[in-house]
Design a protein around this ligand. Structure first.
Ligand SMILES: [Zn+2]
Length: 190
């Protein structure tokens, strides 16, 4: 009887633990995230990306109000001093070529990039730059802006379903965060 109880307890623990892991989708190594949290995420849009301002504001709202609780609050500011997320647009660079429509770069508090361009971080970061290809539709109907914001918050790509914002390519069928993506935010920023 005692053995059975232990077995039952072990199964319950396994299930709780197993479900806990499964419920949280892809993050970067070491759960890399904003060192300052997401409760006052200041963003700034450079003149190069000014045509995306309306979509950026809309996507900020989409991340703040996913339909589920999270700690994200985003504020647009007029200078990039001490901001968390800066937006730029370029027609091409070493990463924006071929099918790549955007990427996120990660920096520490001294302004040094902490991972190679186009690669995710493996430690916490102070701020990010989001670079959009100038051919991204201004209405963000492919979800590129929302997707890059997801990377900036610490979400990695998911191969789970095309119905995820963090599906890697524009074949994604979702352009706003899914519940599972809101769950990642809550896992990272407790
Ligand atoms: Zn991506």
């Amino acid at each position: 009887m005692k053995k059975l109880n232990h077995f039952v307890i072990a199964m319950v623990l396994f299930c709780l633990f197993g479900v806990g892991i499964k419920a949280v989708e892809n993050r970067f190594p070491n759960n890399a995230k904003f060192s300052r949290g997401v409760g006052n995420t200041c963003f700034w849009v450079s003149s190069s990306a000014s045509k995306y301002k309306t979509s950026i504001r809309t996507r900020a709202q989409n991340w703040m109000y996913t339909g589920y609780d999270n700690k994200i609050y985003m504020t647009e500011v007029s200078s990039n001093y001490a901001t968390h997320m800066d937006f730029y647009a370029k027609s091409s660079d070493s990463v924006i070529k071929g099918k790549v429509l955007g990427y996120t770069a990660y920096y520490d508090g001294t302004g040094s990039r902490i991972s190679p361009l186009g690669k995710g971080p493996s430690k916490n970061y102070f701020y990010t730059e989001i670079i959009l290809k100038t051919s991204v539709p201004t209405n963000d109907n492919k979800g590129t802006i929302a997707h890059e914001m997801g990377h900036a918050f610490g979400l990695a790509h998911t191969e789970t379903s095309k119905a995820r914002l963090m599906w890697p390519d524009t074949g994604r069928t979702r352009i706003k965060p899914a519940k599972q993506e809101n769950d990642i935010i809550n896992y990272l920023y407790k």
